[in-house]
Ligand binder design. Structure first.
Ligand SMILES: NC(=O)c1ccc[n+]([C@@H]2O[C@H](COP(=O)([O-])OP(=O)(O)OC[C@H]3O[C@@H](n4cnc5c(N)ncnc54)[C@H](O)[C@@H]3O)[C@@H](O)[C@H]2O)c1
Length: 354
């Protein structure tokens, strides 16, 4: 009987962790004696939207990250199932699941890093902006809870349209006086990952050795690859520049169309999100020279938000690098990007202020 109660409690723990603690105490079992606890001190990470197409592989990859000691998986559906599944992986991070709005605050208390892939993805024919009405509300609600429960956490926003959801998050935090521009980061890493891959394909290089800065934002023409600054230094023909710029800007649409209604990029996105989250954790640990592109509150241009290379540190974004020398093609691209970005930022700000 005791055994079966404990088993039930363990399953219920994925839904409501405090229940497990109470039952374990009743049965004379203390969490501290439990063998299956995190092996090392590490960071506490929450994924909001953990049962989704991105959320699941993201949760799996974060469970494999040795820098993570506690992994909270929150969703409005299927969080217990994903948590039970992931929790069987024999890596050191302890996994807890949280289901539904009433468990959101428990999911967030004490977190060092919160990753948000919650929301609806695109279908063929949709732009990222078409997702605005649904995802804006989701990101607003989640950020209100972050502002209350873990205002010092680093926040990685994946939910589209990132060009607007990051300004939404900033406005939510500003409203309650906890906005720290260093800690709110829009994840544009997938654009960089795609750019590195496509450039490597064309130049016959190992993609791991390629570094393409991608600046601006995360939608269509706002995605601006700076091909003149690729490392290792490459010289492209105009035809190659046109092809690469178009493919990098429309990489997301390429996946949306290939999936034909079944969603947008999930696996490459989870990979990119983990690459970025791992960089944030290494920076929190104090590693020097952690530099990646991200969409952040910025003074690099006249716009209040912009993606460019940033140096990450113990407080989040420690330094934002200028764009560097642009060629004429890139300067024209920048003007187009800024025009569209300005509207998306304003849309996000107005959504919270209205
Ligand atoms: N930044 C990028 O580069 C990038 C790339 C691809 C996709 N995306 C975006 O990521 C988001 C998720 O994509 P997906 O393919 O995983 O979608 P999905 O529909 O497969 O998963 C979304 C998950 O969010 C959950 N969810 C919905 N409302 C929620 C709420 N209020 N609180 C918590 N969870 C909630 C859903 O239950 C679902 O499990 C989309 O907005 C998509 O456009 C961003």
């Amino acid at each position: 009987m005791q055994q079966s109660n404990l088993r039930i409690a363990r399953i219920a723990a994925h839904i409501n962790p405090p229940n497990l603690q109470m039952l374990e105490e009743d049965l004379g079992l203390e969490r501290v004696n439990c063998r299956a606890k995190g092996a090392s001190s590490g960071f506490k990470v929450a994924i909001l939207g953990a049962a989704g197409g991105i959320g699941q592989p993201l949760a799996m990859l974060m469970k494999m990250n040795p820098l993570v000691s506690l992994l909270h998986l929150y969703d409005v559906v299927n969080a217990p199932g994903v948590t039970a599944d992931i929790s069987h992986m024999d890596t050191s991070a302890v996994v807890r699941g949280f289901l539904g709005q009433q468990q959101l605050e428990d999911a967030l208390i004490g977190m060092d890093l919160v990753i948000i892939p919650a929301g609806v993805p695109r279908k063929p024919g949709m732009t990222r902006d078409d997702l605005f009405n649904i995802n804006a509300g989701i990101v607003k609600t989640l950020c209100e809870a972050i502002a209350k429960c873990c205002p010092k956490a680093i926040v990685n926003i994946i939910s589209n349209p990132v060009n607007s959801t990051v300004p939404i998050a900033a406005e939510v935090f500003k409203k309650v006086g906890v906005f720290d521009p260093k800690r709110v980061l829009g994840v544009t890493m997938l654009d960089v990952v795609r750019a590195n891959t496509f450039v490597a394909e064309i130049m016959g290089l190992d993609p791991r050795e390629v570094d393409v800065p991608v600046v601006g934002g995360h939608a269509g023409v706002t995605i601006l690859p700076l091909l003149s600054q690729v490392k290792p230094s490459c010289s492209f023909t105009q035809k190659e520049i046109d092809y690469l710029t178009d493919r990098i800007q429309n990489g997301g649409t390429e996946v949306v169309e290939a999936k034909a209604g079944a969603g947008s990029a999930t696996l490459s996105m989870a990979y990119a999100a983990v690459k970025f989250a791992d960089a944030c954790l290494r920076a929190l640990r104090g590693d020097p020279a952690v530099v990646h592109c991200a969409y952040v509150a910025s003074e690099v241009t006249e716009l209040p938000f912009f993606a460019s290379k940033v140096r990450l540190g113990r407080n989040g974004v420690e330094e934002i690098y200028p764009l560097g020398p642009l060629n004429e093609y890139e300067r024209a691209g920048l003007e187009k990007a800024k025009k569209e970005l300005a509207g998306s930022i304003q849309k996000g700000v107005s959504f919270v202020k209205k």
